[in-house]
Design a binder for this molecule. Structure first.
Ligand SMILES: [Zn+2]
Length: 184
């Protein structure tokens, strides 16, 4: 279902001068990638036994920012890096089936969710006639939201490993992480 019910006939993707969509470009890039690829022979279990939960923001290159290599970690991302039921689902599988023990939560400055409210959901309902089942999980205070996310992980009954859960705010202008004190 389209979110923009008012523009149902808009093209779904822009094309470049040679008529390619962005996905066409990705598929081409993949062919190049695969041509130089050698099977690393890795197991599905992350080498560093860590799961990183982060916002989907395009400016956040987790592997580069955290010095991670292929196979090191699970990366679980959504809008805001908010700990929703689906994030708990992924963390549960990560810990119980694939051996991770530590959780790192990363929100960031300039997050799109800072400008939204639950009105976003009401507006969609008014437009499409159906209320989304999910909460927007918008927030005004980054530090507070990181704390709430840490709390949700720590108190989840499904997660066996909740002793090493740390939360950070990534500054998109400096590339630096700032750790959030869970107790404040
Ligand atoms: Zn964000």
């Amino acid at each position: 279902m389209s979110i923009s019910a008012s523009q149902p006939s808009q093209p779904t993707s822009d094309r470049d001068h040679s008529g390619k969509t962005v996905t066409d470009r990705l598929v081409e890039a993949n062919a190049k990638y695969a041509s130089a690829f050698t099977d690393p022979g890795m197991d599905a279990r992350p080498v560093l036994k860590v799961a990183v939960v982060a916002c989907m923001d395009a400016r956040l290159d987790l592997h580069a920012a955290l010095g991670l290599e292929l196979g090191d970690c699970h990366t679980i991302r959504n809008a805001g890096g908010v700990v929703t039921d689906d994030i708990i689902r992924s963390l549960t599988i990560s810990q119980r089936a694939l051996g991770t023990r530590s959780v790192v939560l990363i929100h960031h400055t300039g997050c799109g969710l800072l400008n939204l409210t639950e009105d976003f959901r009401h507006e969609i309902e008014a437009e499409v006639g159906q209320r989304p089942a999910w909460a927007v999980e918008a927030f005004k205070d980054l530090d507070k939201d990181v704390r709430q996310s840490m709390q949700r992980v720590r108190t989840s009954p499904f997660l066996p490993h909740t002793d090493d859960v740390r939360g950070f705010v990534f500054d998109v202008t400096t590339g630096l992480l700032r750790e959030i004190d869970p107790q404040r």
